[in-house]
Design a protein around this ligand. Sequence first.
Ligand SMILES: [Zn+2]
Length: 535
Amino acid sequence: MTRADLVLHNGRIVTYDDVGTVADAIAIAGGRIVAIGSEADVRPFAPAGAEVVDLQGRTAMPGLIDAHTHVELGARARYIWSDVRHLDRAAIAAEVRRLVAARAPGSWIVLQGTYRQDLPDRAELDRIAPHHPVAIRWSMHMLNANSAALGASGIDRAYQPPAGSRVERDADGDPTGFLEEGFDLLAIPPTPQPTLRDALQRSLREQFLANGITTVYELPASADAVRSYQELQRNGELPLRMTLNMTIPPGHQPVIELDELLRSGLQTGFGDDWLALGAVKIFADGDEEAAAHSRLLSERPGGWGLFTRTYQQLAREVMQISAAGMQVWIHAIGDVAQEMAIDAIHAANRVHAGLRPRIEHVANLVTDPTQLDRIQAAGAIPVPTAAFMHGTAPDDALPPGALRYAYRTLIDRGFMPPGNSDSAGTQPFAINPFHGVYHMVARRNVRGESICPSEAVSVREALTTYTRYAAHAAFKERSRGSLEVGKLGDVVVLDRDPEQSPVEQLRDVRADLTIVGGAIAYERGRDPRDEEQTL
Ligand SMILES: [Zn+2]
């Protein structure tokens, strides 16, 4: 009999297996679950010397999975750039002045704001920072730059941005400083790699592990981040498990050309249980006005969505990626981009089935419910993000018949939408999966306004998106997503039972213990620095 290294007992251990088993105790040895069931089932596995944790009735469940996130961008926003999300415009100006005084002329100043925040424009930034390039981001999709930043980056009257990005111009043709999908256009020098590595490790520990997350599907934005994750893993310092999903150009944050990736022969899943190659990510359009919405195509000149490629190119790429045995994720926010993604996937999936192609952001807004039939026929996984309900406008702004964050409909139709934060520094609080769970169950935005309440799901269903469905969305269902013998010993112990929690308090559910591979990797209260996660 295998001797356990860690035993948890006297708990309510919700296994998230496909029949909804609830166990009292679990034993983990050699990083994997060796027994789970009643106290009597598990006791024989607990020799003297094993670490035994009495859960005292607390709830435990599989380690949570964030199925689409931007650890690198969030880490840069929090630990490398200046985080001004909570400041008003005058306070942001004061922060820029402080940074100008502290840094040599010519050195870059990057600030992270949040959606719809009132941020200083080019003229105001020029007055405060005439000799320092400054970029201030609403999100990874939109920013304001000052004249020094535009000048250092060669963005002038004659400049033409690459496909998928837009430089706003005034009536005279001069750039206003507002860039859409254009962060990569700025000539910001790279962060020293050790600084980046330490920021990534801190983010994984303080923002993810401390929220009960044991696996993240990351979208790295630089080769230095990819190297950093490997270095952390080699040194045994990677706090949790990751897949790296590689973005190809055109579009922002590309890390590899598709041709190079195809030539390498690498496939989805290469790596091990800690660090593995994930999918190929393609941006089909942008966000907000840069999303390719049919209703915006004619709204005002220049306000149309930003396509990164033609349909023919997209279809060819998806076919090539699938032929190479790789999973594809297509970012598509506007309905036109989504239909392109559905068609491209449908064509490839007929030839190379079983690769679980994903469409990111589909089902956040469904203007035409027949779209779900096409997604089903195409064999794609829809990936909405519940956390965005936080800032969503109330239902009275919805076109008639439209659905938002259609979790109820998706699950009833047999889809398995994976839970995710899609956090990139703009809403770091949304990394907590219970933030997403709250929105899926309560169906309210931050002002308490109702968001398509008929799409509500139960707490158990919401947490299934962060466990079983998320595992499935990256071919990880044999190793994680439920607590069953043979799977990885990744467990989170919660401070309360979310299924008994009042709905309004779901966001307050906290991880008491996060266990990765049978080792206690996070314990609430043990390291005060970890409590930063609650900010
Ligand atoms: Zn994203």
